[in-house]
Design a protein around this ligand. Sequence first.
Ligand code: M6R
Length: 593
Amino acid sequence: MCGIFAYLGPRNDAGRVVIDGLKRLEYRGYDSWGIALQTGEDRLWLKKEVGKISAVENLELPNAQIAIGHSRWATHGGVTQKNAHPHLNEKGTLAVVHNGIIENFQELRKELKKKHKFRSETDSEIITHLLEDFLEAGKSLEEAARLASFRLQGRFAFVVISNSERKLVAARRGSPLIIGVGEGEYFLASDIPAFLPYTRHVNYLDDDQMVVISMDKLIPDALFLTLEDASPISKRSIEIDWDAKGAEKGDYPHFMLKEIMEQKETICRAANQDDALIHEVVDLIKKSKGTFLLGCGTAGKVALTGSYLFSRIAKEHINAVFGSEFPAQAHFINDKTLIIAISQSGETADTMEALELAQAKGAKIVSIVNVEGSSMDRMSDITINIKAGPEKAVASTKATTAQIAVLTLLAYAMVGRLNEAKQLLVDAASQITEMLNPRYDGYIETLAVKLKDFESMYVIGRGLNYPMALEAAIKLQEVSYIHAEGFAGGELKHGPIALITQGTPLIALVSKDESEPEILSNAIEVKARGGYVVGVSPENNDIFDYWIKVPDVGNAAPILSIIPIQILAYKLAVLRGNDPDMPRNLAKSVTVK
Ligand code: M6R
């Protein structure tokens, strides 16, 4: 949510480096963008625009070796040029980019308004004015940043430059900020793929830490400090194993399609976990007095899938809760509780806050994440990396199925059947390889053409496919903008069936298990009321108006059921003229509450 990118080093085209970096971060926010450069003039050079940074070409930029930039997802204040970052002070000598939410912004704004003229409606501009006051009181840029951070409540990551000091200063509490360490140059970004073309060596800034990167010496240097009392922190950079190509679209028109197709490999990679690690987590589940699976959005639906998998395979009750709803369960949490957080980014604010709450009560934390070194990874007792590689489309696809694969391993390992789970997943992956071909793609496109002008559609499932019906609805909503809702098949007759009229599309997710006859009955009830029934099933049935075949893969059914819906959502988005990678109003990593 909001992308920050900054550069300091010997290159004279820092502005271009930052613009390119922002383009690679655009999935985090795409309402507006801006950059500020230190050019040696009295005023910092500034450019801010409404719209997508990806549309920017041939922008004339002055030479600079220090630059900061931002791609915005609006929270406080509308999508306007004034509200775009960076925010400069009146003299133009200071520039700030910020990600997060400053919760006490109203009170600070009231106070600062007495002295400063606000030019935006954002909470972020407050940081600029606080910094200016501390600088005027004789503090250095880094001390001003540290003191300003004491005044801020909420989550933030901010980077500041001035016209006079050859430095980048950044601070973090709760929002991600990663330092890319190049050959005599530094990059600061909200996410690693942004600087992958330059370096794979990274340093993570933790909460309540700051970094000062300065050009004072011949070779720039980074100094890490605590926000509390500016004590130096020693950090060693680590090398991450993502490559720049994995974070590019290649020949695909969109990241979403590329990531759907990658599921041929990602399921196997996710299944290829170290047995000892899986058993370590299983031991924690067995020892705990209450385990909660936690996630938001799609990851929340995966958490629910996990609860069904544990019940079905391991006969073990595990709770599934949305991160934002977790505080309501907090009275059940103590030092015997285990929390298993599921998150692609490892940065989602609602999940993070739930984990912090649980950790404060002594609970153990396991996280299942895609981003190594993310906040959740670093705060967890144990992390399982799903190894899906960079997922850039806002709509989660390959991370979703990789997360389900890991939960399948855990559920089977609970009853000593880990190898069976690995075989099941490898078999499912090979079926996916056969399924994802141009003929299948064309067949789903034909369905998308039939459905593209409908206002609403519904998805039903039972058992393992129920959470996938909910996930299917999210996928359809977020990229096609068609109203879609998922239900448990048996729930239809308790209310939602009233929504069915002649031709209403209903997608039934059907597996070859004990739930099959009942979910087919639910589909028949809809058909009897004029509904258009799309069956996603290993076998055709007379009641289906359109049949999408999925292989029968037993308990790996949720993984296979969702893939055709991902393709359908993608096709509907493209047919309706939407950008599937950057759907309206959304951002990839939701780091605000
Ligand atoms: O990074 P996370 O997995 O924690 O993200 C959680 C949700 O924001 C995310 O799954 C969201 O619902 C996706 N856009 C759905 O495709």
